[in-house]
Design a protein around this ligand. Structure first.
Ligand SMILES: Nc1ncnc2c1ncn2[C@@H]1O[C@H](COP(=O)(O)OP(=O)(O)OP(=O)(O)O)[C@@H](O)[C@H]1O
Length: 261
């Protein structure tokens, strides 16, 4: 479980200040697969950055399970929190082979020396994992990752992010750079992995249909506020058109609230 309580974040650049979050709270339950939508600059990536320690909040707290991780460094959080980015180069090592990448992800919690090679008994296990993807990666164990297609790399990044079950999975527009068919394939894989292993997940996307089709909960961010938060039953009856309508209504009410405060 993740509990974000009253976090605030202001970026200071030179003489200018920009407040992204002002006392934002969000609880992610054990079985939650939350899709996050919102316009450009709404704070979606910053939220993920605050969670995985790429940036720190000015106030408030973040609990992962029973641990207060508010001030824990990113590299330590990475043992518990996995993130897949839009750019596959950020989740994989391009100059290493498929099997070396998998082995590295598998040893996330342990000291790792590549020169010892990959344990033979593990090779079959990795092959099975790759075969499940249906992208032929099981035949490319010794291929350098930079030579794979975008879809293959994102699928590999996803497998690497979940090979050792994380306490939380963050997906930051992880299919945005893929063609529609490959994007759907990776999203289906994502959903399968997340549901099979019951990994609490936050997925940022700009695609409303994907946000509605996947996960059990949807939140919409607007100027650092959660203006829509719908659970499974309500979510299944929504359409992108209704969502946009709700966005307009909620956005207005927030402006009104600010106006009259
Ligand atoms: N390190 C930083 N320094 C200064 N401003 C930042 C920094 N990181 C983000 N911002 C600003 O915070 C705001 C929110 O950015 P963020 O990337 O979280 O938005 P987003 O919702 O992910 O947008 P998009 O959909 O375009 O990716 C933006 O105005 C951005 O310029």
């Amino acid at each position: 479980m993740l509990r974000i309580s009253d976090i605030s974040k202001t970026f200071v650049t030179g003489c200018s200040h920009k407040t992204i979050f002002d006392q934002l709270s969000l609880t992610v339950a054990k079985g939650d697969f939350i899709t996050i939508i919102g316009s450009n600059g709404a704070g979606k990536s910053t939220l993920l950055n605050l969670i995985d320690g790429n940036t720190y909040s000015d106030s408030g707290s973040i609990l992962l399970g029973k641990n207060d991780i508010t001030h824990v460094k990113a590299y330590k959080r990475a043992k518990k929190i996995s993130r897949v980015f839009q750019d596959p180069a950020l989740g994989t090592s391009p100059n290493m082979t498929v099997i070396e990448n998998l082995s590295m992800a598998d040893h996330k919690h342990k000291a790792f020396r590549l020169k010892c090679g990959v344990e033979k008994k593990k090779i079959e296990f990795y092959k099975l994992k790759l075969k499940d993807l249906g992208l032929g990666l099981e035949h490319q164990l010794d291929t350098k990752v930079k030579l794979l297609s975008g879809g293959q790399r994102q699928a590999l990044a996803l497998i690497m992010a979940t090979l050792v079950k994380p306490q939380l999975l963050l997906l930051d527009e992880h299919t945005a750079a893929l063609d529609p068919k490959t994007s759907q394939k990776i999203l289906e894989l994502t959903s399968e992995i997340v549901e099979k292993h019951r990994i609490p997940t936050l997925m940022v996307t700009h695609n409303m249909n994907d946000a509605l089709s996947y996960g059990n909960r949807l939140i919409m961010l607007d100027q650092g506020d959660i203006i829509i938060d719908v659970k499974e039953s309500e979510k299944t009856s929504l359409t992108p058109e209704v969502l946009i309508e709700q966005f307009k209504q909620n956005r207005n009410s927030i402006s009104d609230r600010l106006l009259f405060n």
